[in-house]
Design a protein around this ligand. Structure first.
Ligand SMILES: C[S@@+](CC[C@H](N)C(=O)[O-])C[C@H]1O[C@@H](n2cnc3c(N)ncnc32)[C@H](O)[C@@H]1O
Length: 324
């Protein structure tokens, strides 16, 4: 059995490490037992997957998905023993295809599903992927480099209104209109640093704030490029369908837009009364499909935050499937 100090993955000299967040809480929340079948829908650096395989020893299996082919390649290499033993299957696919993928690979039903949303340290720290303005890179931000459009396509071709709306909705940026107006005047932009500098000028400098004024706009563009909220809304009901009764779903989110979607969906599925959205019939009774295990989200303690600052904004919610 693994303890908190066991190295989960061999060190990778070529890349930054992605430290899995809330690891023990995820493993405990999923109630992984020997022989369990699990899906990690956001493989990333494979940190959670490695620990899940460890807990499910000797013959438990994980199906790992990621939209990013670089993540798939890296995990295949680093967890090659599990791949060769047939205990780890990986697939390059958006998680909105989770159910189809699990069915095609005959990996149904499962005991647990993990979604660890957002971006990995590998993606953030690879300037060529364009996720970060800390190091200059192309304005890309696609999890899947073959996806249709990049952040540059949005910034350089959407009209001012659409750009302002996306920055406001997905970045919760109160200065969205001012930023969009300025960007439309100054475009085209092809690099992360050029865009970040323009946003800084648009809002009149840093004004003493510790966070860069481009942070919210970058988050908004990433969410829009990868259709992150649509993907999340699509995968949640699929998670329920692939789980065995008694199986567990764990979702880690990193901002309030994601957490709100997860929380509302879990609450709605846990209700025995479904209100009529048109307020005509007064709604109906039905069997709840899941039980919410975490009334309040689990968050990282001071210790984890000091070791891994990424965990600061992480919120973990867990639910259990109730019946067939
Ligand atoms: C936070 S990282 C996961 C880290 C992982 N749990 C670990 O311990 O290394 C999120 C990963 O999910 C992937 N991802 C995000 N949205 C996705 C989607 N809709 N479909 C498939 N993969 C997605 C990203 O490419 C990224 O590699």
């Amino acid at each position: 059995m693994m303890d908190a100090h066991t190295p989960l993955l061999p060190p990778d000299p070529d890349h930054a490490q992605h430290v899995p967040v809330l690891l023990e809480a995820v493993l405990d929340g999923l109630q992984i037992s020997p022989g369990a079948w699990l899906i990690d829908a956001t493989l990333g650096g494979g940190g959670h997957t490695a620990a899940m395989l460890d807990r499910a020893e000797p013959d438990g299996r994980v199906l790992g998905l990621d939209a990013d082919p670089a993540a798939i390649r890296r995990v295949e290499e680093r967890l090659a023993d599990a791949v060769h033993a047939g205990r780890l299957l990986v697939a390059k696919t958006p998680f909105a295809e989770l159910e189809k993928c699990a069915a095609a690979l005959d990996f149904l039903p499962v005991d647990g599903v993990l979604l660890d949303l957002g971006v990995s340290s590998f993606q953030l720290e690879t300037p060529e992927r364009g996720f970060s303005f800390a190091a200059g890179g192309p304005l890309d931000m696609r999890f899947d480099p073959e996806a249709l459009y990049s952040a540059a396509d949005i910034v350089n071709s959407w009209d001012e209104q659409a750009l302002a709306d996306v920055i406001f909705r997905y970045g919760e940026e109160p200065r969205s209109r001012r930023i969009a107006r300025y960007l439309v005047k100054q475009r085209p932009f092809y690099s992360t640093t050029a865009l970040a500098e323009a946003i800084e000028r648009a809002v009149g400098g840093r004004q003493g704030s510790r966070t860069h004024p481009a942070t919210r706009t970058f988050q908004a563009l990433r969410i829009a490029v990868n259709r992150e909220l649509e993907q999340l809304e699509s995968v949640l009901p699929q998670c329920l369908r692939v789980l065995k009764p008694g199986g567990r779903l764990a979702v880690i989110s990193f901002h309030s837009l994601e957490d709100r979607i997860v929380k509302r969906w879990m609450q709605a599925e846990a209700q025995s009364y479904v209100p009529d959205p048109y307020r005509i019939t007064g709604g109906y009774e039905r069997q709840p499909t899941l039980r919410v295990v975490t009334r309040k989200p689990i968050t990282a303690g001071a210790d984890e935050i000091s070791r891994n600052p990424r965990s600061r904004s992480a919120k973990l919610r867990i639910a259990e499937r109730l019946h067939d």
